[in-house]
Design a protein around this ligand. Structure first.
Ligand code: PHB
Length: 385
């Protein structure tokens, strides 16, 4: 009698989770509409390319994506989606996060539910410190900014004006640029923060021109803002006044670089990915991406979506398909991957990405504008921690 009850209980216990465990559910939260919709499209395409190449099964389980639109910088919307994905849809992993405020909003939920949270763009340094369940496969602003400041100082630039977007990533870029550039003997002659939403650059551009710096260093979130800045830079004659433009690669992003036109030629930036990166893996990535979406060129967000999936697949292989949050995190720590951007590693201490940072110049390749890499710093850790 007792044995039969035990056996029935055991059978139910095995049967229920077994059917539920056939799939691994990944809740992906991204901006799919509004002014940042391209972030979502790029990351989604990167995710889909990885799944197309590797199949949708790993460690015997089917990978299931549940995609939600956060509409742009909207922490409340992100929080609601994360909550529903965890409680109602019972996802095993959270992923995506195009913008810093949204990543920060979801962090406490990941901690509470012990769900791994894979960051595929949001790049403010502090994000990974907000939950032990976060791992980042994108980059951090201090990580890409420090090499730009070093390059500027080494190449005879002494006086710089900084202009950044007034939120987490901009503050990180401004702080790191000042720190590294000043330590190398450079001087900051002015600084300004512009609103995240639809900034009008004209008054700032005039002020920058009047203060006669040798260069202006900028961080703006990837997209139309960079195009608008570049247009104003030329219209107001900053280029003719001999002022150089240096930036993180967000500004000359592969997604918008063609829209900048020839005025972008010669701009120097530092970043971790260019569609022009010269490797066999990247050539295959760019080719595969075109088959997913012929209208777009992959940018740094697409590669983070792709690598984010590679990390999830790699972790599930190591855990033999277990989706236990602590086991997945243990598998992610110290993980090394060959990415289309070059070798990458998840720092076992910070769960942040360690990667090469490249110095690039905007040039024409086969008649199209690209960020052509000409120098690199290897295995750069986030200096913001
Ligand atoms: C961010 O919100 O963290 C962010 C957005 C766009 C970028 C970089 C960082 O280009």
């Amino acid at each position: 009698m007792k044995l039969s009850i035990l056996l029935t209980a055991l059978a139910t216990a095995i049967a229920l989770p077994a059917s539920a465990e056939e799939s691994v559910k990944i809740g992906v939260i991204l901006p799919m509409s509004g002014p940042f919709a391209n972030y979502g499209k790029q990351i989604e395409n990167g995710i889909r390319l990885y799944m197309k190449q590797q199949g949708d099964k790993v460690a015997g389980k089917k990978i299931e994506l549940l995609l939600r639109d956060d509409t742009g910088p909207a922490p409340e919307v992100t929080k609601r989606h994360a909550q529903e994905l965890i409680v109602k849809d019972k996802v095993d992993i959270l992923a995506g996060f195009g913008l810093t405020p949204n990543g920060l909003a979801a962090a406490p939920l990941a901690t509470e539910a012990k769900k791994p949270m894979i960051i595929m763009n949001a790049a403010t340094s502090i994000i990974t410190t907000k939950s032990p369940y976060i791992a980042r496969l994108s980059f951090t602003l201090p990580q890409v900014t420090a090499p730009m400041a070093t390059w500027a100082a080494k190449n005879g630039i002494r006086k710089v004006y900084t202009l950044v977007s007034d939120y987490g990533p901009g503050h990180d870029a401004e702080g790191q640029f000042k720190k590294t550039f000043s330590a190398a003997g450079g001087q900051i002659v002015g600084e300004v923060r512009v609103p995240l939403k639809s900034p009008d650059f004209s008054p700032y551009l005039q002020r920058i021109k009047d203060s006669q710096p040798e260069a202006v260093f900028i961080f703006l979130p990837a997209g139309e803002q960079g195009v608008a800045f570049m247009k104003g830079f030329v219209e107001r004659g900053l280029d003719k006044a001999g002022i150089k433009l240096i930036a993180t690669g967000d500004v000359t992003d592969d997604d918008v670089i063609e829209a900048m036109g020839d005025s972008a030629l010669g701009v120097i930036t530092s970043h971790h990915y260019s569609a022009a990166h010269d490797s066999a893996l990247n050539k295959a990535f760019v080719k595969g991406y075109a088959e997913i979406d012929a209208k777009m060129r992959p940018n740094f967000m697409a590669v983070a979506g792709y690598d984010g999936m590679a990390a999830i697949y790699g972790a599930l292989k190591k855990t033999n398909g277990s989706t236990d949050g602590d086991k997945i995190m243990a598998a992610l720590k110290g993980m090394k991957l060959d990415s289309p951007r070059g070798p990458i590693m998840i720092d076992p201490e910070t769960r942040d990405i360690v990667q090469n940072v490249y110095i690039r110049r905007v040039q024409k390749v086969d008649g199209k504008l690209y960020n052509v890499e000409f120098d690199k710093l290897e295995a750069v850790k986030d200096p913001g921690k």
